[in-house]
Write a protein that binds this ligand. Structure first.
Ligand code: AMP
Ligand code: MG
Length: 344
């Protein structure tokens, strides 16, 4: 295990912060960057050694590939070996924004970025500070979420500092992430377009732009079957987990609050909707209104971290809906709960 002996600097996302980030990245160093989805741990995607240091700092399994971030559409031709018409249509509709597209990997991108796969995932973020840093570095940036592997993704600079202090020289603070869950990951390398990870861009929206069905990987809601090869390596791993043991509880406000109140115990907290809070008799953290999936997405990861800060040992989480944007929230909470679900 590497010894870490220095403090990580946190700079605001102004001209000086962006310039410092650009210099470090161009020199092969790691920088924490804000994006509209979550904070990312960035390195020059064309520098294999820099990319490998991402895996080390995150303690990320070596077979879990990274997303390459670009600031201009033309860059896609330097990253992918082929750019089908469907990719351009999706890019025009959803970039800059929370959509990652998987294409055949081009020769400028070292295999380390893709954990040896012959595909590469590409996204153009909309956060102005992310875009400015990509441009300042002059490089495409490989950037997974900026948490230590297995932890909830960071949606504020201080979350990233918690996980990365002493491991990287700089985090640029661009405020709270507006989307709050990681990008929708979809592949165009399968026979039919397939969503591997749900995000703020929904399968229905993708399908409307492409004019064809877009499938959802079954692993999004079911996990992998015993011995099944994952379509995306990230599906294999424990994810988003706070220290507390989380259980998802499916039911309406009255059912959920009655269940939680009847199962109060030492160290137990609720992760609930705003509507639940007045009726709850145990400490709780709210993650948005029941009918506002965008709000839930924006708050879910910081809520998970807050539960740890409060010292929760077990958490009863009110299960979100499972369609549209809420599918992304459900997918994250299901993994945070290691697939423990109680149906009322
Ligand atoms: P993160 O950077 O933490 O948001 O994780 C990126 C996610 O995208 C992981 O779940 C990866 O497994 C997935 N991913 C990245 N590149 C590829 C690829 N080439 N093929 C399949 N999945 C990928
Ligand atoms: Mg991640």
């Amino acid at each position: 295990m590497t010894e870490y002996t220095f403090d990580t600097q946190v700079l605001p996302g102004d001209d000086a912060g962006v310039a410092a980030a650009g210099r470090l990245l161009a020199a092969g160093q790691l920088v924490g960057i804000p994006t509209e989805t979550v904070y990312g741990l960035a390195a020059d995607a064309t520098d294999a050694a820099a990319v490998l240091s991402i895996y080390a700092a995150k303690e990320r399994p070596a077979d879990n590939p990274l997303i390459v971030h670009i600031a201009e559409l033309e860059e896609i031709y330097n990253i992918a070996a082929e750019v089908p018409e469907a990719a351009l249509r999706l890019a025009k509709a959803f970039w800059p924004g929370p959509l990652t597209i998987i294409l055949p990997r081009g020769k400028n991108i070292p295999p380390e970025v893709s954990a040896g796969l012959d595909t590469v995932s590409i996204r153009m973020p909309s956060h102005p500070v992310a875009r400015a840093i990509i441009k300042a570095s002059g490089k495409p940036l490989a950037a997974p979420s900026g948490n230590r592997s297995g932890r909830p993704s960071p949606t504020e600079a201080r979350h990233m500092l918690e996980d990365m202090n002493g491991r990287i020289p700089l985090i640029v603070d661009g405020g709270e992430c507006s989307v709050g869950v990681e990008s929708t990951v979809m592949t165009l390398c399968t026979q039919e377009p397939l969503v591997l990870r749900p995000g703020a861009v929904t399968a229905e929206q993708l399908s409307a732009v492409l004019g064809c069905p877009v499938l959802l990987s079954h692993a999004i809601t079911e996990g992998l079957k015993e011995g099944e090869a994952p379509q995306s390596p990230g599906m294999k791993y424990k994810h988003y987990a706070p220290k507390a043991e989380v259980t998802l509880v499916v039911g309406d406000t009255a059912q959920y609050t009655a269940y939680v109140n009847a199962h109060a115990e030492e160290g137990r907290m609720a992760l609930c909707f705003a509507e639940d809070e007045p009726a709850l008799q145990i400490p709780c953290v709210v993650y948005g209104a029941a009918d506002k999936p965008e709000q839930q997405a924006q708050q879910v990861f910081s809520a998970l971290r807050r539960l740890d800060e409060c010292g929760a040992k077990t958490v009863l989480a009110h299960c979100p809906q499972t369609g549209g944007v809420a599918l992304a929230v459900y997918n994250r909470l299901l993994r945070a709960a290691a697939f423990r679900v109680i149906q009322l």
